[in-house]
Design a binder for this molecule. Structure first.
Ligand code: ZN
Length: 152
């Protein structure tokens, strides 16, 4: 018999599962998922765009200083190259975020009737119950006492 593979339990994955469940628990309807995801995308874009702007300013003022001082060699130039690389990476991130925004706008046109929003809530409760919920604590205890589960 094949033992079903256990989900990875490394700290990063555990943090991800917790965050995943929390987002379902706290935003259990289509409407709320739309809002939180929109807000997350926009905050990502705002922050990223602002950092990009600052880096571009930095590199512009650096290069004008540098031509005035007739190119101090070495470290400044090397540092600037890596900043150029970072700027191009961030520009890519921003371009992707922009595309995602265009796609998301279509998702956010969708509205569903209240009955369906109730269904969302119901399923959210099943997928990600309150971790401190007494039923869940009981279930966890049961699972941990099941003898045929591999000890880890
Ligand atoms: Zn992992």
């Amino acid at each position: 018999m094949k033992v079903p593979e256990e989900p990875c339990q490394c700290p990063d994955c555990l943090r991800f599962y917790r965050e995943h469940d929390r987002l379902i628990r706290e935003f259990p309807t289509l409407r709320k998922q739309q809002e939180i995801n929109w807000a997350a995308l926009q905050s990502f874009r705002t922050l990223c765009g602002r950092v990009l702007e600052d880096l571009q300013k930095t590199i512009n003022s650096n290069s004008s200083n540098q031509s005035e001082e007739n190119f101090q060699e070495g470290t400044t130039e090397k540092k600037e190259k890596s900043i150029t690389q970072v700027i191009s990476d961030l520009e890519n991130v921003n371009a992707h975020l922009y595309s995602i925004e265009a796609l998301m706008e279509r998702i956010f046109d969708v509205k569903v009737p209240d009955e369906v929003e109730d269904k969302f809530r119901e399923v959210a409760g099943e997928l990600a119950p309150d971790p401190l919920n007494i039923d869940r604590l009981r279930l966890n205890r049961l699972l941990h006492q099941t003898p045929d589960l591999p000890d880890k």
